[in-house]
Write a protein that binds this ligand. Structure first.
Ligand SMILES: *Cc1c(COP(=O)(O)O)cnc(C)c1O
Length: 399
């Protein structure tokens, strides 16, 4: 059976050329990057090249890039590191209701430790209003943490404006850019961020490695304690092959950014338009004009998301009910709730996320398969039957 992978926001396939560049660092160049002998220097050269490659993608300096175990660690390091290094008794952090759990759970931990946190809300657009961020600020605010692209909706947040507000007030600004890196241009100067998190496995690199951009001069306490690696900002022997893979993935993303953006956007748009044209009672969630090209999130009235994912999986199409982190839980998505969806609408929502290895044939197959799946699921829904009947009655009544 041909299989189609539309869950690239959960993770992406490793690019074969990235794997080829990683391979020597797993087999021959196995030195510890801190060792002064030949083996160590080979490993160190690999790490430093990757640092340049990541810095170039972000318009940062290599010295501002710290390698981590992934997006989660980068977010934790940024938020806890800034708050713990900040002086003063009363501390306050501003974030949003639609952040990834890597940020939201960290914010909850801060609250338990006595730090107050304001959660800026969003409307149905799924886009934060910078004025709401400005209004949430207090004299004791030490950090603003807002994501770039939302992982469930794909919606892009106005980081440039929020960055300006943070600068004016002299408040540190962290952005979780895990879902925007490699999909749209990300320039740390333009966005005026002080910290920015990214993860290799979301841009066709390996799992378990990421980076945190830390603007020069930013004072932050490391999350982990140990040796002097990464200029004392992240101890632990470097994941050399993983870091080399992240660097290669960053370089490939940078070179192909514009053409891949347009190609994937065209696939996503055709998938979305095809579903809207062939399936009744479907809506697209969030602001369609301000999104990464990879993502669409749709509510199919009267279906149950998990059932949909299982049914499409049986036909070879992998999609998801939202974030991989919350699948399996019965709680409706916090992001979809935040944009005003009722619990039953949130549970009827599906995320299709596309990437570098998707093709026109993938979209063709999905458009051939999905309408029948929706019809089947709705056929067994008593609510759907009564809704259709009352629609018909309303129509005939109006004539
Ligand atoms: C995937 C993701 C993370 C976590 O990254 P990991 O490398 O999987 O730890 C954080 N934020 C967002 C927005 C994500 O999509």
């Amino acid at each position: 059976m041909k299989r189609v992978y539309f869950d690239n926001n959960a993770t992406t396939p490793l690019a074969p050329e990235v794997f080829e560049l990683m391979r020597p660092y797993m087999l021959e160049d196995y030195g510890n990057a801190s060792s002064i002998h030949w083996f160590g220097q080979r490993a160190k050269a690999g790490v430093e090249k990757a640092r340049e490659q990541v810095a170039r993608l972000l318009n940062a300096r290599a010295s501002e890039i710290v390698f981590t175990s992934g997006g989660t660690e980068s977010d934790n390091t940024a938020i806890l590191g800034i708050v713990e290094a900040a002086r003063g008794e009363r501390k306050h952090v501003v974030t949003s209701t639609i952040e990834h759990p890597a940020v939201l759970s960290t914010a909850k931990l801060l609250e338990k430790r006595g730090v107050s946190v304001s959660y800026v809300r969003v409307g149905s657009s799924g886009v934060i209003d910078p004025a709401d961020v400005a209004n949430a600020l207090r004299p004791e605010t030490v950090l603003i943490s807002v994501m770039h692209a939302n992982n469930e909706l794909g919606t892009l947040q106005p980081l440039e404006e929020i960055g300006r507000i943070a600068r004016e007030r002299d408040i540190y600004f962290h952005a979780d850019a895990v879902q925007s890196i490699g999909k749209i241009p990300v320039d740390v100067e333009k966005l005026a961020v002080d910290l920015l998190a990214l993860s290799a496995h979301k841009l066709n690199g390996p799992k378990g490695v990421g980076a945190l951009y830390i603007r020069r001069g930013t004072i932050l306490r490391p999350l982990l304690h140990g040796g002097h690696h990464e200029r004392d900002r992240r101890p632990g022997t470097e994941n050399v092959a993983g870091i080399v893979g992240l660097g290669a993935a960053a370089e490939i993303a940078r070179i192909h950014l514009a053409e891949e953006h347009d190609r994937v956007a065209a696939l996503r748009d055709r998938l979305e338009a095809g579903i809207l044209a062939s399936v009744p009672r479907v809506v697209v969630n969030g602001d369609r004009a301000h999104r990464v090209p990879t993502t669409t999130n749709m509510t199919f009235d009267y279906i149950e998301g998990e059932g949909f994912v299982i049914a499409t999986d049986l036909r070879g199409i992998a999609c998801s009910t939202g974030s991989a982190c919350s699948s399996g839980s019965l709680e409706p998505s916090h992001v979809l709730s935040a944009i005003g969806l009722k619990p039953e609408q949130a549970r009827a929502s599906i995320r299709f996320s596309l990437g570098r290895f998707n093709t026109d044939e993938d979209v063709d197959l999905a458009l051939k398969t999905l309408p029948a799946v929706v019809e089947q699921l709705r056929a067994v829904s008593p609510h759907y039957k009564s809704a259709v009947t009352s629609d018909k009655q309303a129509k005939t009544g109006a004539q």
